[in-house]
Design a protein around this ligand. Structure first.
Ligand code: C2O
Ligand code: CU
Length: 486
């Protein structure tokens, strides 16, 4: 099996047999035993998930025990485009986990989604991922099991794939936005609650950027700054805006688009759900005051960074924005594409079931943990809900597709809440929104507003790829399906 996984097969099979779903989870049907293609690593890395302390409540307040890769909050990796990365994941947590490189187009067997593409990585276990880093951009990585618990405690890292053809900026900053659910003693409040999971999500009240309440940065007056902004929160949708300087949206989810002035977008903001990333080109004012970056979604604006001019950019003032080279991605043939429509819905009453065991029952815990699912079902995609509670088999794929064909997918949101919908293993073109609010761009996650229909298109890559809401509680309570691409 790829990657030298250690799986507690006995535990998995026993759990499966107990619930009559063993056959559904057999590797032959989930396809994770495929032989790895030829791959010559040009970079090697070991990434260990573990715990560390961070003073999230303030320097004079108690520290919080967070999860991080290699003990570094928001661990940052940078590789040049074209790197063949062999990343060995080591699970140093006391619970099962996995590693998923979000937005990276890769062979399906390295996608890190138990139980679909690989078994759960048990504590102390490892898994080797072989990643062709061919698309430049701002990406991130996180576990794909008990994400509300593990990403909720901070287990996310940043992967930047650099493109030597990029224009030269005077400064670059990476900003990871994440809230934390903390009590006054620095310990965690429940990371999920039914009232959140079944509605807009369970929000954290301690807001941070790179683990701090606010960042104070500097950049030369008149200078060009590249801001890589990542929403790595589990729940919160943010309206990113800039005040005091000129800013252009130059990439979404890592993929370049022709620069769009932030001011020309509705409300002058870019709305960004969990897992979405943007690159902004900020031009510092030639004279005068600081630039502030904020989340304008709530009445109570969260200003997360201030960039104060320091020194002056040499050379004559520039007018036009600095565009990134156009993405080199498989281009879907929109005319010839096969069309499918999926509706995001509340799960029907019949499907809203809780696991019929008390929450602290060891069997209940083991089952939910080994299948990486939540305890209840509240949501569905195309009338199908992912496994949860006592329905632990994989649902059938939402659709079977053919490798290399173009597909056009409409995502209709019939719920009262926005959902950032993510497809693994692909970069898709966002073709249109029924609300007309989106410029055409490539992405791996797209926010679909209540009552909105968004259309995406892509060229199908082989494998079993999940398609889910990236509000982690939604995905764990049913809003996840998968495409089988043969
Ligand atoms: Cu960010 Cu299913 O992933
Ligand atoms: Cu959702």
């Amino acid at each position: 099996m790829a990657g030298g996984v250690r799986l507690s097969r006995r535990a998995l099979l026993a759990a499966g047999a107990a619930w009559g779903v063993g056959a559904v989870l057999a590797p032959a049907r989930t396809g994770f035993a495929r032989a790895p293609a030829a791959f010559e690593p040009t970079a090697r890395l070991t990434l260990a998930a573990g715990e560390t302390d961070l003073r999230l409540l303030g320097a004079d307040k108690p520290a919080s025990r967070i999860y991080a890769y290699d003990g570094q909050p928001f661990r940052q990796l940078r590789y040049p485009r074209g790197t063949r990365l062999e990343a060995t994941y080591v699970n140093g947590l006391s619970e099962g986990s996995s590693l998923h490189f979000h937005g990276i187009r890769m062979p399906n067997e390295y996608d890190g989604v138990p139980p679909l593409t690989q078994p759960l990585v048990e504590p102390g276990g490892r898994f080797v991922h072989r990643l062709p880093l061919d698309d430049p951009g701002t990406f991130f990585f996180h576990p794909h099991c008990d994400e509300t618990g593990q990403a909720g405690r901070g287990l996310v890292g940043v992967l930047i794939v650099e493109d030597p053809r990029d224009p030269i900026f005077d400064a670059e900053e990476v900003l990871c936005l994440k809230d934390w659910r903390l009590g006054e003693d620095g310990g965690y409040l429940p990371l999920t609650e039914p009232d959140g999971a079944s509605k807009a999500g369970t929000f954290g009240a301690t807001r941070t950027v790179n683990g701090l309440p606010h960042l104070d940065l500097t950049a030369p007056a008149g200078g060009d700054v590249r801001l890589r902004i990542l929403n790595v929160d589990s729940t919160r949708i943010m309206d990113i805006g800039v005040e005091g300087g000129e800013a252009w949206l130059i990439a979404v989810d890592g993929h370049a688009l022709p620069p769009v002035a932030l001011d020309s977008l509705p409300d002058g903001i870019w709305r960004m759900g969990p897992a979405q990333r943007i690159d902004l080109h900020l031009r510092m004012p030639a004279k005068g005051g600081p630039v502030t970056l904020g989340d304008y979604r709530a009445a109570d604006v969260y200003s997360f960074a201030t960039i104060t001019p320091k020194g002056r950019r040499a050379g004559k003032p520039r007018k036009a924005p600095l565009a990134l080279p156009a993405p080199e991605l498989p281009m879907p043939d929109v005319e010839a594409a096969e069309f499918h429509s999926f509706t995001l819905q509340q799960a029907t009453d019949a499907a809203v079931k809780e696991l019929g065991l008390p929450p602290d029952d060891p069997l209940a815990k083991a089952l939910v943990a080994s299948f990486c699912v939540g305890r209840a079902t509240y949501w569905s995609i195309g009338q199908v809900s992912w496994a949860a509670g006592d329905r632990l088999g994989l649902p059938p794929p939402l659709v079977a597709m053919a490798e290399g064909r173009s597909y056009r997918i409409e995502i209709k949101n019939e719920t009262r809440f926005p959902h950032p919908i993510h497809l693994h293993g692909h970069a898709f073109a966002v073709l249109r929104s029924s609300k007309g609010r989106l410029p055409r761009h490539f992405a791996d996650t797209v926010l679909v507003q209540p009552g909105e229909a968004v259309e995406i298109a892509f060229v199908a890559a082989p494998g079993d790829w999940v398609f889910h809401c990236h509000i982690l509680e939604h995905m764990e309570t049913g809003m996840m399906g998968w495409f089988r691409i043969l």
